[in-house]
Design a protein around this ligand. Structure first.
Ligand code: NCD
Ligand code: ZN
Length: 348
């Protein structure tokens, strides 16, 4: 008998769908499996104001397949100049769900990010007051910090103190990548939660660098050690409410991935649910997949879970290598492209 699993429709609490032709090409893959997604604001130029977010949301809605009930949740790209009044207006009007911190130069399209953490305190105070969630690319990019320690140093230097300074503010440490991150989130739940990507659950830096350089495994925060991977797998599959699904699916034109100065991020939306199901099965925790994918996220955001369901079946399929993008970007690589996956979403 084919193994089959029906769960409430999941949400993706960390997603990049970009803009223009790329948006049109990638959004249907997410809309096919997920009810909602937190859309990252690192466009060029970024989504910095309520007006930017209204315009971006319209472009996203226009790119959805006909009849789709998918709901985009918009975020504000925090800068040194973000206006707390605009944030509050956008939140109260139902435009913004959350604010996103990119430390300047921490990752793809983050150059407009925060350079001076003293300047964002009024925004954090306002978010604490109005009950708005604060999402963080939690890495300390001081050049003296080793890239594998960036998440742990960010927690020590910034996030830890902020949790005490703003006790009523709810945080999400995005794309957890280290045992230190996992432990900090657990110790500070329910004030702090964390999202976990498919690739941080699957890979180690040996997979990425040990058998030839795999550009499609280059993501920020970088893939770390087996010790970190084990901590992430235990956390995700524990069902604990502080850990939930965020794919960090981040498509790029293939030329930017396969370049002398390659760009971090990979498109994984088509395979994300298949990868999560594989990991949960390997950990003997398929019964916890629904909590991770569909229940814990809405709870942290104070939203109801989706009413609809999806079904997954153990039925092998081969992941396409890439998707075509009309225009100069041409194509984007897909995570696990060309490989055979055991699980697939059969009904959504
Ligand atoms: C993301 C992107 O490409 O926008 N890249 C990545 O490696 N994850 C940005 C991010 O979330 O860091
Ligand atoms: Zn991201």
């Amino acid at each position: 008998m084919t193994a089959r699993l029906t769960i409430r429709k999941p949400d993706d609490w960390h997603l990049h769908v970009r803009d223009g032709e790329m948006l049109k090409a990638v959004l249907p893959f997410t809309a096919a499996h997920f009810g909602r997604a937190i859309l990252m604001p690192n466009l060029v130029p970024p989504v910095r104001t309520t007006a930017d977010a209204i315009a971006y949301r319209e472009r996203v809605m226009a790119a959805l397949p006909k009849g789709s009930t998918f709901k985009p949740l918009m975020t504000c790209y925090l800068t040194d100049e973000t206006d707390p009044d605009d944030i509050e207006r956008g939140f109260r009007d139902g435009v913004f769900t959350a604010v996103k911190l990119y430390p300047a130069h921490a990752t793809t399209y983050s150059s407009a990010g925060v350079t001076d953490y003293r300047k964002i305190k009024p925004v954090l105070a306002r978010m604490e007051k109005i009950g708005m969630r604060f999402l963080m690319h939690g890495e300390d990019v001081d050049p003296s910090v080793d890239i594998f320690d960036r998440e742990a140093r960010f927690i020590e230097k910034y996030l830890g103190p902020w949790t005490r300074e703003f006790p009523g503010l709810k945080f999400v440490l995005e794309h957890l990548s280290s045992k230190e991150g996992v432990d900090f989130v657990r110790a500070h739940s329910p004030q702090v939660a964390g999202t976990i990507t498919p690739y941080h659950l699957e890979l180690t830096r040996t997979d990425w660098l040990g058998w030839g350089l795999k550009p499609y495994m280059y993501v920020m925060p970088v893939i770390k050690t087996e010790r970190d991977r084990q901590a992430l797998r235990k956390a995700a599959t524990s069902g604990e409410p502080c850990y939930f699904l965020g794919t960090d699916s981040a498509p790029h034109p293939v030329a930017k991935k396969l370049s002398v100065n390659g760009i971090p991020g990979i498109f994984n939306a088509p395979v994300a649910m298949a990868v999560y199901a594989k990991v949960f099965e390997e950990e003997g925790a398929l019964d916890k997949l629904e909590a991770f994918a569909s229940l814990n996220g809405p709870r942290h955001y104070g939203l109801p879970p989706n009413e609809e369901t999806i079904a997954l079946e153990k039925k092998p399929w081969t992941v396409p290598e890439e998707i075509k993008i009309p225009g100069p970007d041409e194509r984007a690589l897909i995570y696990r492209g060309g490989e055979t996956m055991a699980w697939q979403v059969v009904a959504a």
